[in-house]
Design a protein around this ligand. Structure first.
Ligand SMILES: Nc1nc2c(ncn2[C@@H]2O[C@H](COP(=O)(O)OP(=O)(O)OP(=O)(O)O)[C@@H](O)[C@H]2O)c(=O)[nH]1
Ligand SMILES: [Mg+2]
Length: 450
């Protein structure tokens, strides 16, 4: 998601340089690209207009900070603006507290991922919040929906109400609520029917449901692929049943996910969860900060750390993330990291998360990444310890020796060293932009201990 935007912005900001005050020309140049990219990412044009206006207002006339060039500064401003737009830095997940059973009503268009999310949420509530959960199929349009939920419920060992679908959604929901209360469940999740488009009949049904069961939480599930029409969908649902949260599903796909920005902006309610796959475990808390960083081509360092945590020890993960962020990442660290990466699974997915790699990947489309990695490993292994610590030592003679030792060419080595230097630079920039501080200040530790 957002990959194209990332590439586009990286290109633009490379062009922006110099000057001690941000000029309107600097900013305009960047904004033009940002506008185009956001539109291409399916962000609704009104949202695009607003955010671009906000950025230029904040940016023009600002003094360029000592450590940043104008391009980076516009990125920083845009980053902050995007984080705000997506919900701010300190967004918290709902606690699902209240007088039991707390009712969660799920609404959304057909195929948006409601039923899947019902099961995902149930699993999350059970595992993370230690709640007892009941599922109520109230989709009376499509009888198969009940079976679908029953199968999912069985898989996560969660009771599913045996709805009498012929009675209609409102009666089913009422009975389901009574059933959950009788079983002393903490939370009851009601899965509703979808429609291909927002139509009045559907809206009346969910309004009636809303009155009948008085949900504490009303979530709209939107498919990341819906495009800019997502804005209207979100607006309409929100007008009929005031939403308390948004869930964006299918963020694992190719969709650029601009709908996240649009729906959030038009409803003002937080995006709480992200669906990232078809499996019941594929649910994540929505992180505005992460998403914004990703948009700006900084890579998704947090996700990388999380992924790393699964396959390496916590100390190792913390250490290498710390080094990365402080810009003291040596070739030796890089080689160690690569070995670990290879044990983590499909390389492409991992590389996408690394700062600056989005662009590199685009150039690498036809390259066998695993073969390349082995080559790089061989190169690093043929260097002396000192060379690995300080690549500046690598003069022509040394490069020739390494090429011979690793079965590669001097050109290969030159290219790799250049790429590595760029990666290091990118990491340093990221840490300057404050990302490192936030990460190290508890963020990382908290993440690792979760
Ligand atoms: N890749 C991916 N697929 C998803 C995700 N969430 C749901 N799906 C798939 O999307 C399709 C529709 O999901 P459902 O949960 O049945 O959607 P729904 O909103 O309940 O659909 P209706 O009940 O027909 O309105 C299914 O094939 C799901 O496996 C996700 O986060 N990622
Ligand atoms: Mg369904």
């Amino acid at each position: 998601m957002f990959d194209h935007l990332t590439e586009r912005l990286a290109g633009t900001f490379k062009k922006l340089r110099g000057g001690s005050v941000l000029s309107a020309a600097h900013v305009d140049d960047a904004i033009k690209e940002i506008r185009r990219s956001l539109l291409e990412a399916d962000v609704h044009f009104k949202v695009v207009r607003d955010v671009c206006a906000r950025i230029s207002e904040r940016a023009v006339g600002q003094k360029v900070w000592d450590s940043l060039n104008p391009g980076q500064q516009v990125v920083q401003i845009f980053h902050d603006e995007l984080v705000e737009l997506l919900g701010g830095k300190n967004q918290q997940l709902p606690d699902f507290a209240g007088k039991p059973p707390v009712v969660v009503l799920l609404v959304g268009l057909q195929g948006s991922g409601k039923t899947t999310f019902a099961a995902k949420l149930a699993l999350y509530l059970k595992k993370k919040l230690k709640k007892s959960v009941g599922l109520v199929p109230a989709d009376c349009q499509r009888p198969a929906a009940k079976t679908q939920l029953q199968i999912l419920g069985q898989r996560i060992d969660t009771p599913v109400f045996d709805s009498a679908l012929e009675k209609g959604a409102v009666a089913v929901a009422r009975e389901g609520l009574a059933w959950a209360a009788a079983q002393f469940q903490d939370v009851v999740i009601i899965d509703t029917a979808g429609r291909q488009q927002v139509d009045d009949e559907l809206m009346q049904e969910i309004q009636a449901l809303n009155h009948a069961v008085v949900p504490g939480f009303r979530f709209l599930v939107v498919d990341a692929m819906i495009g800019s029409q997502g804005l209207e969908v979100a607006r309409t649902f929100h007008e009929r049943v005031p939403l308390t949260g948004l869930v964006v599903s299918k963020l694992d796909g190719d969709a650029r996910g601009g709908v996240a920005l649009s729906a959030r902006e038009v409803t003002g309610v937080p995006i709480v969860f992200a669906g990232v796959g078809e499996k019941i475990e594929d649910l994540e808390a929505f992180h505005p900060d992460r998403m914004a960083s990703r948009i700006l081509g900084m890579g998704d360092v947090m996700a990388l750390v999380e992924k790393a945590r699964e396959s390496i020890s916590e100390e190792e993960a913390a250490e290498s993330a710390g080094k990365m962020m402080s810009g003291q990442f040596s070739l030796e660290d890089f080689r160690d990291q690569m070995k670990r990466l290879r044990s983590m699974g499909p390389l492409e997915g991992i590389l996408k998360l690394m700062p600056g790699m989005g662009q590199a990947m685009a150039q690498m489309k036809n390259v066998d990444a695993d073969k390349e990695m082995k080559k790089v490993e061989a190169m690093i292994s043929s260097m002396t310890r000192q060379e690995r610590k300080n690549p500046d030592l690598l003069n022509g003679r040394r490069r020739l020796r390494i090429a011979e030792g690793s079965g590669t060419s001097v050109a290969d080595i030159n290219r790799f060293i250049k790429q590595f230097a760029e990666m290091q630079k990118m990491m340093k920039q990221m840490s300057k932009m404050g990302l490192a501080k936030g990460l190290m200040k508890g963020g990382l530790k908290g993440l690792l201990n979760r």
